[in-house]
Design a protein around this ligand. Structure first.
Ligand code: ADP
Ligand code: ADP
Length: 216
């Protein structure tokens, strides 16, 4: 049976950073809805144009287009054994759709690590985040600096600061998280799938806690 892991947590808590590390140790592909939208924006697709207008404001992209994008991604051959979902689902409607979709693949959500940190920590992490242009690898100017400033250690591409990591948009994204995504904590806890992880720890310690959850 395939294994699906949903990384849940507020913007900036470290989901993408951990997903990259865990993807390597589990062999599961890292599926990030935010990265998929940014790829569409870069390629100037219709979906990219639509998504950008919501992302610039810090709002969620509508459920229907988000769900069909994820459906297409999870149908690709590299997801045959499952996937590590980062940033999806973000609403109860998306979580219900995911459950339906995974039954088509004869699977289900197996683990939901819920990573938390204080709002001050989130804001500090987002404002110091540098993202790679080619593949979305992330660094932090203070906590996880690249070896050479402005250059991705992994693929050598240029690093940039995302438009939606500006202070006003960050505040809006955190608000949107509390109103639309936080209900998923109770949703997955009720299903017995949630594991609480302290995201205020170092990157290495968070990884160790995550791997311990996945081993059980
Ligand atoms: P998310 O995907 O949840 O939005 P990211 O993985 O992009 O979060 O991390 C946000 C920022 O915080 C990045 O700059 C990243 O390098 C940094 N970061 C991630 N985890 C930690 C950590 N445990 N301690 C300090 N900084 C971190
Ligand atoms: P973060 O690193 O803060 O967790 P993401 O890269 O996951 O941010 O998402 C960036 C933006 O893309 C979100 O603010 C939202 O506009 C859009 N987005 C990403 N995933 C979803 C989703 N599952 N549903 C709706 N919108 C999404």
């Amino acid at each position: 049976m395939p294994t699906y892991i949903v990384l849940l947590g507020p913007p900036g808590v470290g989901k993408g950073t951990q997903a990259e590390i865990i993807a390597e140790s589990t062999g599961l592909p890292h599926v990030s809805s935010g990265d998929l939208f940014r790829e569409n924006i870069k390629n100037k697709t219709d979906l990219g144009k639509l998504a950008q207008s919501f992302m610039n404001k810090g709002d969620l992209v509508p459920d229907d287009v988000t769900i069909s994008m994820i459906r297409e991604r999870l149908s690709r051959p590299d997801c045959l054994n499952g996937a590590l979902l980062d940033g999806f689902p973000r609403t109860v409607v998306q979580a219900d759709s995911l459950a339906g979709l995974l039954t088509e693949f004869e699977g289900k959500v197996n683990f939901v690590p819920y990573i938390t940190a204080s709002e001050t920590t989130l804001i500090e992490r987002l404002s110091g985040r540098w993202t790679c242009k080619a593949q979305g690898h992330v660094f932090h100017e203070k906590y996880n600096p690249p070896k050479k400033p402005g250059v991705c250690d992994i693929d050598g591409s240029q690093l940039y600061q995302r438009d939606d990591d500006k202070a006003e948009t960050v505040t809006r994204r955190i608000q949107v998280y509390f109103s639309q995504t936080a209900p998923l904590i109770a949703y997955y806890r009720a299903l017995g799938l949630l594991s609480d992880i302290d995201g205020a720890q170092s990157i290495e310690k968070v990884t160790a806690d995550l791997l311990a959850v996945l081993r059980n």
